[in-house]
Ligand binder design. Structure first.
Ligand code: PLP
Length: 406
C-alpha cells in the first residue's frame, strides 16, 4: 500500500517553483545563470511596512489572532475594497489567509464537490488546475489564443458551462500573459453568467496595481453588482507591496463560503502570522506612493524588454498591459537546430536550450496551458534584463535557419 494518498497522485509540482529551484541549483554549482523564472518583485518591502512589523513584535502582537484575520486587517481590507473597487463588504464576508494561494486553495476545498467543474481560461496560473484536482473537481481548460488577447470570450464561456459548473476562475491582470479585462469585456462575461445562476466566479486580482499605459482596472463584482453574491474577490499584498515572503492574502465573498473557509482554516493553519498581518494593515492603510514607484519601474522595464525580445529572430511578444511577465511566442524557432545538433521541437526544448547552452532560466508555456510560448519575468534588475536578452538573441541567432520537420 502506498504511503502517499491517491488524491495526490494526479497533482503536478508547481512548474514555476521547479524551474526556479533548478536555476538556483545550477547557480550554486557555479554556472552564471540568470533566472527569469520567479514570480516576485526584486524590491525590498517598503520601510514603513517593515517598521509596522517591528512595532508589532515589540508591541506583543505575537499571539494567535482571530482565525479569519485581525479586526484591524479585516477593516483595512474592507476599506481597500471600498476605496479601490467600489465593493462593500462586512467583516463576515472577509477572510485573511496565508497568501492568496492559500485563500484560493481553501475556497476550492470548501466549495467543490467531487466531479464539480471549474472553468479555467488558458493560459492560466499554474496552480489553479492542480488545486481543483486536489479538491476532486474537474478543471475545464479553455484555450484563449493570442489572437483574442489571451482572454476568454463570452461565446467560449457559454460553451464551457454545463450543469456541473461550479466556478469560473478569472485572473486579471493575468499571470502569465499580462492580459487585463476591460469593463466592457467583464460586462459581456457577466451577461453570460447571469443566465446561469448556479455558476460562481472566483476572481484572482493579485496584480491589480501592476497595470501599464494608464489602463483602468475593473473587477467583475464591481462591473455587475448582480454577481456580488456569487463572486469571491481574491487579492493580497505579495505583488503590489513587494511582500511575497510575508504570506498575506485575502478575499471578500459570500458569508456562507467565508464561514466554511474559516472553519477549514481553524482546523488547519489557524490565523496567518500576526506580525505579517500588522504589516499588511500598514501596506493597505499607509502611503500608496511605494506602489506607484514600483509600478513605474516595471513599466519602464517592460518597454525595454519587449523591444529587445522582438529583435530576437523567431520570437515575438505583444506588450502586456499588466503584471510583470512576458509570454513570448517561440513558434519561429520550432524545427530549427542548435549548434550542438539538437532540434527544437517544442517550447520545452527551446527553454532547455536557453538554460543548457546560454544559462538563462525561463518557464515553458506548457505549464500555463498554452503553447508554443515561454514566460519570463521583468521583475529583475536592468543588468539581468540586458544580459538575458543578449543571450536569448544570441541563442536564437545561433539556431540553424533551415527549419526541419518539427
Ligand atoms: N495568483 C496569481 C495569479 C499569482 O501569480 C500568485 C503568485 O505567484 C498568487 C495568486 C499567489 O500569491 P500569494 O503570494 O499571495 O500566495
Amino acid at each position: 500500500m502506498s504511503l502517499v494518498a491517491d488524491r495526490l497522485k494526479k497533482i503536478k509540482p508547481s512548474a514555476t517553483l521547479a524551474v526556479s529551484a533548478k536555476a538556483r541549483q545550477l547557480k550554486a554549482e557555479g554556472r552564471p545563470i540568470i533566472s527569469l523564472t520567479a514570480g516576485e518583485p526584486n524590491f525590498d518591502t517598503p520601510p514603513h511596512i517593515q517598521d509596522a512589523a517591528v512595532h508589532a513584535i515589540r508591541n506583543g502582537d505575537t499571539k494567535y489572532t482571530d482565525v479569519g484575520g485581525t479586526p484591524a486587517l479585516k477593516k483595512a481590507v474592507i476599506d481597500k475594497f471600498k476605496r479601490e473597487n467600489d465593493l462593500t463588504y462586512t467583516p463576515e464576508q472577509i477572510i485573511v489567509g496565508v497568501g492568496a494561494k492559500h485563500v484560493l486553495f481553501n475556497a476550492l476545498l470548501a466549495s467543490v464537490n467531487p466531479g464539480d467543474e471549474v472553468i479555467i481560461p488558458a493560459p492560466f496560473w499554474v496552480s489553479y488546475p492542480e488545486m481543483v484536482t486536489v479538491a476532486e473537481g474537474m478543471p475545464v481548460l479553455v484555450e484563449c489564443p493570442q489572437s483574442q488577447g489571451f482572454k476568454l470570450t463570452p461565446a467560449q464561456l457559454e460553451k464551457a458551462i454545463t450543469k456541473k459548473t461550479k466556478w469560473l476562475i478569472l485572473n486579471s491582470p493575468s499571470n502569465p500573459s499580462g492580459a487585463v479585462y476591460t469593463q466592457e469585456e467583464l460586462a459581456a462575461l457577466a451577461a453570460v453568467l447571469l443566465k446561469h445562476p448556479h455558476v460562481y466566479v472566483m476572481t484572482d486580482d493579485m496584480y491589480e496595481h501592476l497595470r501599464f499605459d494608464g489602463i483602468k482596472y475593473f473587477t467583475i463584482a464591481q462591473v455587475e453588482p448582480k454577481l456580488f453574491d456569487r463572486t469571491l474577490t481574491v487579492n493580497g499584498v505579495s505583488k503590489s507591496y513587494a511582500m511575497t515572503g510575508w504570506r498575506i492574502g485575502f478575499a471578500g465573498g459570500p458569508a456562507e463560503l467565508i464561514k466554511a473557509m474559516t472553519l477549514m482554516q481553524g482546523q488547519s493553519t489557524t490565523n496567518a502570522c500576526s506580525i505579517a498581518q500588522a504589516a499588511a494593515v500598514e501596506a493597505l492603510n499607509g502611503d500608496q506612493m511605494c506602489v506607484e514607484k514600483m509600478r513605474t519601474e516595471y513599466e519602464r522595464r517592460r518597454n525595454m524588454m519587449v523591444e529587445k525580445i522582438n529583435q530576437a529572430p523567431g520570437l515575438s511578444v505583444t506588450s502586456p498591459p499588466g503584471a510583470f511577465y512576458l509570454y513570448i511566442s517561440c513558434e519561429g524557432t520550432l524545427g530549427k537546430t542548435s549548434a550542438n545538433g539538437k532540434t527544437i521541437k517544442t517550447e520545452a526544448d527551446f527553454v532547455d536550450y536557453l538554460l543548457e547552452d546560454y544559462n538563462v532560466a525561463t518557464v515553458p508555456g506548457g505549464a500555463f496551458g498554452l503553447s508554443p510560448f515561454f514566460r519570463v519575468t521583468f521583475a529583475v534588475s536592468d543588468d539581468d534584463i540586458n544580459e538575458a536578452c543578449k543571450r536569448i538573441t544570441e541563442a536564437c541567432k545561433a539556431l540553424n535557419g533551415k527549419r526541419q520537420a518539427a
